[in-house]
Design a protein around this ligand. Structure first.
Ligand code: ADP
Ligand code: ASP
Ligand code: MG
Length: 412
């Protein structure tokens, strides 16, 4: 039997009624002759609640116990989904990550999947089971402890299962009916894309579009998984939603495919560090060791052998970054006059493979922001994206005006 992977996100399993609705969708695919692997998230809000419990109990928590607590939301929905399917006379069984087992690295709270043996679940399909319901977001480390894959990680579980089982498709059911030119919550002019290239989706996801976890897109690209994003709230045809696919499958596209943003950024500046060989290593190695995800970096003009170094990181890592820099200063590895943190910034990015062959895209972005009176604090570019750091209060305005300026409301 061909295998289909269907993933239901938090809002799609938020209540028993919604679980029923999702189970009915699964039933439709079973009736078509598929063996289905269903990946479920925790009920919406549940993971946030669990993360909150951990932080309240232990501010500098042990990451192994964080994973033990935070992974539990998915266990509930996996069991409930299996029960709902059984009530519909669909033979179904649930699996927690460790039972499969989904083997991961030991990087607790951001583990990577290394292997998914298929024999266990395939044997059950052989015995007539029709649906394997697997708790998303979780796995087991080589030490035998429960791990989680980072927020939004059920998407990655789904794609990894699709790759491991050679599934015909991986359908990601969520609360929007596909991938849009930007988050439809920020502008009602956002347009649903029928197709988007892996490379573009990868950039959009890593630049803040949380509709898919970045790692899930990476895996889909590497293992050529047919990945589709669609709504669990509407009746869906086989062509519904957005197909994430190879560039070659897309006939026409805009130069810019989409606008992404990330609200919770911080800009940190080390004032007056020595401008000498090795200074960047002396700053960024301790930050990496402290687990700070440094994103943009700018080294300012040097004057009399001293310079300012600016970098951005997620706002919730500012304290950790400050600690690492003060420790490096105390150890005599770096010397700076001051460390200034601006925690009111956001990153806005435009993404499109068309940028490879079109000049002037960055200039148009800067002109658009100028016309809106938005000051740019840091800029980074790559072959298919331009990102700027701006004051957070202008984020929505910037997204909307860039969406207009690049004509994203209308198809190419
Ligand atoms: P789930 O719980 O199903 O995993 P998420 O909340 O993780 O759902 O992701 C879906 C959300 O992603 C949407 O509700 C939407 O607000 C947001 N989003 C951000 N950027 C985009 C985009 N470009 N296209 C579609 N949705 C987007
Ligand atoms: N429940 C987890 C989270 O909220 C994983 C997921 O939903 O993908 O991050
Ligand atoms: Mg998600």
């Amino acid at each position: 039997m061909p295998v289909l992977v269907m993933k239901f996100g938090g809002t799609s399993v938020a209540t028993l009624d919604r679980i029923k609705r999702a189970a009915k969708r699964v039933g439709v695919e079973v009736a078509k002759g598929y063996d289905v692997i269903v990946i479920v998230s925790a009920m919406s809000g549940e993971t946030n609640k669990l993360v909150g419990f951990v932080g309240e109990t232990s501010p500098l928590y042990d990451a192994r116990e964080y994973d033990a607590v935070v992974s539990s939301g998915e266990n509930v929905t996996a069991g409930l989904m299996a029960l709902t399917l059984q009530e519909m006379d669909v033979p179904a069984r649930s699996w927690q990550g460790w039972q499969v087992p989904v083997k991961t690295t030991s990087a607790h709270s951001s583990a990577r999947i290394e292997e998914i043996p298929t024999d266990n679940i395939m044997a059950k399909f052989g015995e007539g089971m029709k649906v394997a319901v697997v708790a998303g977001f979780q796995g087991v480390s080589p030490e035998g402890r429960i791990t989680t894959l980072g927020r939004g990680g059920s998407d990655t579980t789904a794609v990894a299962f699709a790759a491991a089982f050679g599934a015909e498709r991986c359908d990601i059911y969520t609360d929007v009916d596909g991938v849009y030119t930007t988050d439809p919550r920020v502008t009602d002019k956002a347009r649903k894309l029928d197709k988007i290239a892996f490379e573009e989706m990868l950039e959009l996801a890593s630049l803040g579009a949380k509709v898919l976890q970045t790692r899930s897109v990476e895996l889909a690209m590497r293992y050529k998984v047919r990945l589709r994003v669609l709504s669990s709230f509407e009746e869906q045809s086989d062509e519904a939603g957005t197909l994430v696919c190879a560039e070659e499958e897309i006939m026409e596209s805009n130069v810019v495919a989409g606008v992404a943003f990330s609200r919770d950024e911080a800009k940190m500046t080390l004032i007056s560090v020595a401008d000498r060989p090795g200074i960047a290593a002396a700053i960024f190695s301790p930050l990496a060791e402290a687990g700070v995800n440094v994103d943009m970096i700018v080294q300012n003009i040097s004057e009399e052998g001293r310079t300012d170094m600016t970098f951005s990181c997620p706002v919730d890592q500012v304290a950790r970054a400050e600690q690492a820099m003060e420790a490096a200063k105390a150890a005599g590895d770096i010397n700076f006059h001051d460390l200034v943190a601006d925690t009111n910034v956001a990153k806005v990015s435009i993404v499109g493979i068309g940028m490879r062959s079109h000049a002037g895209v960055a200039a148009k972005m800067f002109e658009t922001l100028r016309d809106e009176g938005v000051n740019i604090k840091v800029i980074t570019t790559s072959e298919i994206k331009v990102s700027v750091l701006i004051d957070r209060k202008y984020m929505e305005l910037a997204v909307q005006s860039l969406h207009d300026a690049f004509g994203l409301e209308t198809a190419a």
